[in-house]
Design a protein around this ligand. Structure first.
Ligand SMILES: C[S@@+](CC[C@H](N)C(=O)[O-])C[C@H]1O[C@@H](n2cnc3c(N)ncnc32)[C@H](O)[C@@H]1O
Ligand SMILES: [Zn+2]
Length: 316
């Protein structure tokens, strides 16, 4: 723990299990030199096509080490939010000298961002770790306002590979069953119908649907360059989103609530207004010193340490 040993530490409140990437070398172990250029490229190309490339405030939820952060540099403020301080520290090393970036550690289930603050929300490769999707997406909806756009990816259980395995009786669970499947601890695949029902219940209205990573096959990736595969796939990502059969599905969504945009500025002095207390849910912080925020409702204090605002634990 990197927090001052002198201070009392209050754990955040959520009892929902979390896939903990603390101490992980995710960037090196999963992306660098691991033959995933195609997966990375297809996500970038599709995001670039469908997200607003500029605006006031964007946040990536579960941003990890900030793999996609270069796509956000048209924004006045860029929030990289993640549960893992280790991965955020990696993002700080790359982006910490750019004053537009705000690094935030916390748990999606008690998302420490104030309501209606985001103009654009991005979440990729995170849903598949969530044990409680309804609670998480209610939080995502809350931080949007009536003009915001959210781009959210999830792992699709009804993909061709799982259909094939199931047909050959090499897989017990049916890809057509609506319930999520936990195929490895805290790793879930979701049925598009089930996922869309959760969005609707949380007040998120889906606008566009995409299916991604159709060519996630080792042999194909060895034979054909990532650029070529993505060029081919680009032409049908939205069409195939109508009935996703790829391992990854991506939707754009808006809040169906007429919430007005929060007026918090993008300057450093406004940072207290950007956050919501994970302990009590109040949006009432005061900045007691430059790197500490106190909740005026429950008095918990959170600190910024090595450029990361840490809402995983209160320091007093
Ligand atoms: C597979 S990584 C993806 C990282 C990044 N989105 C990317 O595509 O490179 C999953 C990320 O989700 C984060 N995560 C998982 N559960 C979370 C939670 N409950 N709250 C916040 N972040 C979470 C992890 O810390 C990790 O960085
Ligand atoms: Zn509080």
């Amino acid at each position: 723990m990197t927090i001052d040993k002198q201070t009392t530490v209050t754990k955040a409140t959520s009892p929902i299990p979390v896939m903990d990437y603390e101490g992980s070398n995710y960037r090196q172990a999963f992306w660098e030199g691991q033959g995933r250029e195609y997966e990375d490229l297809v996500e970038r190309v599709v995001l670039k096509q469908i997200m607003p490339l500029s605006g006031r405030r964007i946040a990536e939820i579960g941003a990890g080490f900030g793999r996609l952060a270069d796509l956000y540099t048209g924004y006045e403020q860029i929030i990289l939010f993640d549960y893992s301080r280790t991965l955020l520290a990696d993002a700080v090393a790359r982006w910490g000298s750019d004053p537009r970036f705000v690094f935030v550690a916390g748990n999606i289930y008690e998302l420490p961002l104030a309501s209606g603050t985001l103009d654009t929300l991005i979440m990729l490769r995170v849903m598949h770790h969530l044990a409680d999707v309804p609670t998480a997406i209610k939080q995502l909806e809350r931080v949007l306002h009536r003009q915001s756009l959210a781009l959210i990816e999830y792992a699709n259980k009804r993909n061709i590979k799982s259909i094939g395995r199931w047909a050959l009786q090499q897989q017990e669970w049916s890809p057509f069953e609506p319930q999520p499947v936990e195929f490895v601890k805290l790793n879930y695949d979701f049925h598009p119908k089930w996922m869309e029902a959760q969005f609707a219940k949380s007040g998120l209205a889906i606008e566009r649907r995409f299916a991604l990573s159709h060519f996630r096959l080792p042999l194909l990736k060895r034979l054909i360059s990532a650029e070529k595969l993505v060029k081919i796939e680009q032409s049908f990502v939205e069409f195939s989103g109508r009935f996703p059969l790829a391992p990854s599905a991506l939707v754009t969504a808006r809040s169906s609530h007429p919430r007005v945009a929060h007026s918090v500025g993008v300057d450093r002095q406004s940072v207290a207004m950007l956050f919501r207390c994970p302990q009590c849910g109040a949006e009432a912080f005061t900045q007691i010193v430059v790197d500490r925020l106190q909740c005026t409702a429950c008095n918990h204090v959170y600190q910024q340490h090595n450029q990361i605002w840490d809402f995983k634990e209160a320091v007093q």
